[in-house]
Design a protein around this ligand. Structure first.
Ligand code: GRF
Length: 224
């Protein structure tokens, strides 16, 4: 199909990664809490299930974040840049500087409880991923699993998406869905979604860094 046939042209010139013959793609992980998604990514890399990438730095905006202790235990470069009490633009500028200092090519938000400034997003165009514990566009924002449970949905899940200037909104990379069971409560549902997140994030990073994709409109296409 050509653009004249109505197929939207790639509007977000997704600068594909070329992994062949190049050093590993350098990931920057941003987190604020326990860091189980970060840990799952690190484990996938160590196990050789996620190839062609390495964790260049882990950054937390919260000093007590469990994820930072984990990074320390895994002997990965890590930094705390406390955001509390600072203007967003000022804090984000420090984070971007740290990511660039570590030559980060793909930023992965893994439970990073901060909205990014437009300047941050512009510094990494189509190079920031987020994971959200719902099947977007349903239930953006906080407590997505509780929102889904309260709504009474029969299917729930998680979404890995590119980050744009709107909350939980950018182009979807992949989703994993699970049925909501009659015996579920919001807590058990959240736990089962988390298990899916741990699979989804590594898979999404693998796809994005494969270089074999492009974004057209809101759709991400894998090239054959
Ligand atoms: C996950 O549920 C993720 O989807 C959301 O924040 C939570 C982070 O959990 N964005 P963890 O810190 O990775 O364990």
């Amino acid at each position: 199909m050509t653009p004249e046939d109505g197929e939207p042209a790639p509007i977000k010139s997704a600068p594909a990664f070329r992994t062949e013959g190049r050093p590993p793609v350098r990931l920057g992980i941003l987190l604020s809490g326990r860091g189980s998604n970060f840990k799952a990514i690190a484990q996938s890399i160590r196990d050789g299930r996620l190839k062609g990438v390495e964790i260049a730095v882990v950054i937390s905006n919260v000093a007590e974040a469990g994820g930072i202790t984990e990074a320390q235990q895994l002997s990965l470069p890590h930094t705390v840049l406390v955001s509390k009490g600072r203007a967003r633009a000022e804090h984000d500028a420090d984070v971007v500087r740290c990511l660039l200092d570590h030559r980060v090519e793909l930023v992965c938000l893994a439970g990073y409880m901060r909205l990014l400034s437009p300047e941050f997003i512009a510094a990494f165009p189509n190079r920031i991923l987020n994971i959200h514990p719902s099947l977007l566009p349903a239930f953006p924002g906080l407590d997505a699993q509780q929102q889904a449970f309260d709504y009474g949905v029969k299917w729930a899940g998680c979404t890995v998406h590119f980050v744009d200037e709107h909350l939980d909104h950018g182009t979807i990379v992949l989703q994993r869905a699970i049925p909501v069971l009659d015996e579920d409560d919001a807590h058990s549902l959240a736990e089962r979604i988390l298990a899916e997140e741990h699979i989804a994030y590594s898979e999404a990073i693998g796809r994005v860094t494969s270089g074999e994709w492009e974004i057209r409109g809101r759709r991400r296409y894998m090239k054959l």
